[in-house]
Ligand binder design. Structure first.
Ligand SMILES: [Zn+2]
Length: 478
């Protein structure tokens, strides 16, 4: 494979830079938009590697774009680096033990995601530098994937507009090309303001914001019967107006998530939810105000780019592990409950649909399922949301998932935090970097691939264009 082998060699030569970076970000474990140390660490490596960095993009202090090269095509490589609240866990052990009480932890592997995507960008950059191959590589430092949707703010600022393709990856328990869509999502606060009064002595002077919040929820619970089956609406009370029953509650707040397979469907449901909130305020003599938190568009798959990425995944090949690594992974599986272990064969069967029962059993018995799943671009809708969706509306997008964790373990678990500095995740991020860099090379060298992916992208948009629902005056909050 010549030039592709050269890129693989270039990435391997710098692998310790990338794995150290991942370990460093694991330790910082910052959340949402407050990612100063993590962004500093990523930018320091990118600067060292000759990328031009623009920090503080789209109103987020720790979002950035790092650019190398010039001319077409423009390839965007997305990196995430946010952790999850309260998930602190000691690394490298096979039991649940908190490292710092109440502190965040990397339960979704975004430390490796950011470092691995960066390694891919550096790998293709080193090759371009060596060969003079033209084109532009842009690494996007994207805060707040878990909560806050940094990419939707980058999209709102128009910073994905010029891209010809977008590539990224995610650490998982399987190795495959991402072939499913995701739910579009609005996250909005509804705030009610009323008037406090003595609840027994002068109730006629009181106007209860808590009543309004409760009536809103009742209204929305009736609405559910008249929305599409695939929609999901959930709420939480973020302010109940205090803990004193004898004081009429002057404030109350609800955080709503509204999800559906398409942004246009979410928009329609959102408008009906707003009407219900207005009605609740009218019924209770209170006032209502809306405060936006974030939104995600649904993820648009791309078969042309996905196939190119799959060919590179196969060319790179599955990771192999030492007996020690396999024994380490096995200990996590032994610690799972019976139900979690029992789910492994069914998951393998869904990933490898053409295989015999014997082969399924053989794969499911492995502590790490590094076998590459057959290519499938089903476009089915994953019951969750990701802000990669907002990037995918702007250019053909492909993602690879790499097995970095023991089989049967789940995202956002202590097990994933504990494995976050292990050689399993190190191997995974280097493998992801190679797949991203080789797919970037295809895009740089094959205008036909860029064109085919773009034609398909236009077809998938079916005449729609990206609409970010968040009002322009709303800025991301740390
Ligand atoms: Zn994640």
């Amino acid at each position: 494979m010549g030039d592709k082998q050269r890129i693989i060699d270039l990435i391997e030569a710098k692998s310790s830079i990338f794995t150290n970076l991942s370990d460093q970000i694991w330790k910082y474990a910052e959340i949402r938009f407050g990612l100063k140390q993590s962004a500093d660490a990523l930018c320091a490596v990118l600067e060292q590697e000759g990328f031009q960095i623009k920090r503080g993009i789209a109103g987020m202090a720790h979002a950035f774009v790092a650019t190398y090269g010039s001319g077409e095509p423009w390839i965007g490589i997305l990196g995430e680096y946010d952790a999850l609240p309260t998930m602190s866990q000691v690394a490298g052990i096979t039991e649940k033990r908190v490292l710092n009480h109440g502190a965040p932890g990397h339960g979704c592997g975004h430390n490796a995601l950011g470092a691995g995507a960066l390694a891919g960008a550096v790998g293709i950059k080193d090759y371009m530098k060596e060969t003079g191959l033209p084109g532009t590589i842009q690494y996007y430092g994207c805060p707040a994937e878990e909560s806050g949707s940094g990419k939707s703010f980058i999209a709102r600022a128009g910073l994905f507009n010029d891209l010809d393709a977008v590539l990224t990856w995610h650490p998982m328990t399987e190795t495959a090309i991402w072939g499913v869509s995701s739910l579009a999502n609005y996250q909005i606060y509804f705030r009610f303001k009323g008037t406090s009064a003595h609840a027994a002595a002068a109730p006629e002077y009181g106007r209860s914001a808590l009543d309004a919040a409760e009536l809103m929820n009742i209204g929305v619970n009736y609405l559910r019967e008249h929305t599409i089956q695939e929609s999901r609406i959930h709420y939480a009370y973020t302010d109940v107006g205090g803990g004193a029953p004898n004081v009429v509650q002057a404030s109350a707040e609800l955080l709503y998530f509204i999800r559906a397979p398409k942004s246009s469907q979410v928009r329609e449901i959102y408008e009906r939810v707003v009407d219900i909130a207005r009605g609740a305020a009218l019924m209770t003599g209170t006032s209502m105000e809306i405060k936006w938190d974030s939104s995600c568009a649904e993820y648009l798959v791309n078969d042309a780019l996905g196939k190119a990425m799959y060919a590179n995944l196969v060319a790179v090949g599955p990771n192999t592990y030492t007996p020690e690594e396999l024994a380490f992974a096995r200990q996590y599986i032994n610690g799972l409950d019976d139900m979690s272990r029992a789910r492994i064969p069914a998951k393998v069967a869904s990933l490898f649909p053409g295989e015999t029962p014997e082969r399924i059993a053989e794969i499911a018995a492995k502590p790490i399922i590094s076998d590459i799943a057959p290519y499938s671009m089903s476009g089915q809708v994953l019951p969750g949301s990701t802000d990669v969706g907002d990037a995918s509306w702007h250019a053909p997008t492909a993602q690879v998932t790499i097995a970095c964790y023991p089989a049967g373990t789940v995202s956002h678990s202590w097990q994933h935090v504990a494995c976050g500095q292990s050689s399993l995740i190190h191997k995974g991020l280097i493998q992801a970097a190679k797949v991203i860099a080789l797919t970037s090379l295809d895009l740089l060298k094959k205008p036909d691939l860029v064109e085919a992916a773009k034609v398909e992208h236009q077809q998938r948009l079916i005449g729609e264009s990206y609409q970010n629902p968040i009002p322009p005056e709303v800025i991301p909050e740390e």
